[in-house]
Write a protein that binds this ligand. Sequence first.
Ligand code: SF4
Length: 277
Amino acid sequence: MPDPHPLTGQPFASPVPPGTGWPGDTADADTPVARNARDVARLARTADSVPELGTLISVCRACPRLVAWREEVATTGRRRSFAGQPYWGRPTPDFGDPDATRLIVGLAPAANGANRTGRMFTGDRSGDWIYAALHRGGFATQSTSEAAGDGLALKGIRIAAAVHCAPPANKPTTTERDTCGQWLVRELHLSQERLRVILALGSFGWDAALAAARAAGWQVPRPKPKFGHAATATLTTADGRAVQLVGSYHVSQQNTFTGKLTEQMLDEVIARVRELG
Ligand code: SF4
């Protein structure tokens, strides 16, 4: 039974079929679908641009457990307050400026956030934090991010994730992390000529960024740089350019509700990302 999109009112099935008009959906019924880790590696190599990579990511079905979970949440497992809305129920592609010099690497979409709205950090408390900070830092056109199609745009920065599908209990398995990490490796390949800074949210994002950099043939310091809020490390791309990796505590409610991460701390780290990029 289709439900109306909260902004456009257009009815959509859940999960949203590719190419049916969801705001920002660049895939269609002919977009090739990755069905296992080998497909991810193969298809990622066919992407010649960051937007093309996002299109491929948005229809990926390589991780059976995550596909089952994201679709279960999208159909029978919706949060009561969103029960009348369609749920994206597909992998959440990267969002932001395709020519950015700065890349944010988060953990994974939230089950009732990006898994519902189809856009990174959109429609949940974590998104309230990150987009408000990006707006204060001059990267986002607005401070809120409620639904795809609301006009939000990012300039000079893009948001990616270690894992593009919502995982049960926010915990991807090692295999899922490694499988999805191949999309991130391609992202680094495609953007390494302009990329200057990677902001890793949480230790999971930090480790994913380091692993992807290594797999992309970049030089990573040894011993492995340690994650911390405002920690930095210098990575070197395959063609010898320096990229600064900056850490931040994740904008999860666990950190923002408890005061482990304050607005000021996040603003300072975003200001550092602006300065370095
Ligand atoms: S987590 Fe990544 S690799 Fe796995 S199904 Fe989702 S998009 Fe594909």
